[in-house]
Design a protein around this ligand. Sequence first.
Ligand SMILES: Cc1cc2nc3c(=O)[nH]c(=O)nc-3n(C[C@H](O)[C@H](O)[C@H](O)COP(=O)(O)OP(=O)(O)OC[C@H]3O[C@@H](n4cnc5c(N)ncnc54)[C@H](O)[C@@H]3O)c2cc1C
Length: 394
Amino acid sequence: MRVDTQVGIVGAGPAGLLLSHLLHLSGIESVVLELRSRDYCERRVRAGVLEQGTVDLLTECGVGDRMRREGLVHRGIELRFGGRGHRIDFPTLTGGRAITVYGQQEVVKDLIAARLAAGGRIMFEADDVSVHDIQTDRPHVRFLHGGEPMELQCRLLAGCDGFHGVCREAIPAEALSIYERVYPFAWFGVLAQTPPPSAELIYAAHERGFALYSMRSPEISRLYLQVAPDEEAVNWPDTRIWRELHRRLGEEAGERLKEGTILEKGVTGMRSFIAEPMQYGRLYLAGDAAHIVPPTGAKGLNLAVADVGVLARAMAKYFKSGGEDLLRAYSATCLRRVWRAEHFSWWMTSMLHRFPAHDGFQHRLQRSELEYVIGSRAAATSLAENYVGLPFDW
Ligand SMILES: Cc1cc2nc3c(=O)[nH]c(=O)nc-3n(C[C@H](O)[C@H](O)[C@H](O)COP(=O)(O)OP(=O)(O)OC[C@H]3O[C@@H](n4cnc5c(N)ncnc54)[C@H](O)[C@@H]3O)c2cc1C
């Protein structure tokens, strides 16, 4: 069976869903193809920190009501090292900006609901997706739906299918430049039914390794421990997790961490990755399909949102007037912001983690950098303005 639309979108993560919604607001039709079920997409726990610009965009485009009600506005973070906590105050350092803690799965739920309410088409459980003729004006996607072979014909194609998707792979290797760093550690993430030990996120640099204390709600904590890259969750019974979290959080704050039921565990590798350019022919890559950051800077989801904000404007101009200048500029426009976020995420990761190959000299450099960030207004401002996110037109 053949389906025709203006924009074919592969992937119903935050990038694909928001793009489809923004295009709809401009009167442009799209079809989203998603490998997984709706239930799976709505339960996938990942990011949770929304920059001010992400909150503003979701609000402006009408999908921010629940986020405004249920999201937790945070005006700072704590950096812990040497047994003490040091607060970085965002509004003071950034002219009033802040972040909002609201789970990525909630953003996905809100976007799916908005698309379906508007009659949008999301085809879940699309198998064997492959993209074709991306260099021509009639790109198309072949896939199986309910076992039936299908073809999606479109004018423009958006690859929003994440790091392991098929779209980036469809671009000839010689047309892409890949920049990559794989870090010698991973994050062991835990979702626990316990109030977070602090009202704001705590980034702890400890000689046993980094730890992050964050939250999804006043009752649910999201906790991370730096572990070896090949670590497996089965090696971490609950008692070991709590012991290690208490140690890395330090005595005074550790006492506030209550040991609740652990709901979910998982290990995530740490990588920086950029594929340039983010476009080939009529295929435009957005979000994790084009770039990955280590989660230390909380930038992955925010970059995906920023990409599709730019892409939706460019596609709208193309369909309204035939103007291709914004589409041609898409990759360069996004990459300026992507590289800033890549640098920030790499810098936060390098400052806060214990690297296996580091010696005393490097440990002292890390400590010096942390002292500088908490001691100098200029250094604290640099962290704060990157963390809350640079303006979308930066
Ligand atoms: C385990 C984990 C934890 C993370 N934690 C954080 C965090 O704490 N903070 C942070 O900022 N970022 C975090 N990230 C990164 C953040 O979640 C991503 O940057 C964000 O999801 C990017 O959105 P996206 O829409 O580009 O990609 P995705 O959310 O990956 O969406 C891609 C979609 O495409 C679908 N898909 C894949 N292949 C195909 C195919 N062949 N055909 C059809 N559909 C396909 C996928 O099922 C998925 O629904 C984490 C990522 C992971 C994997």
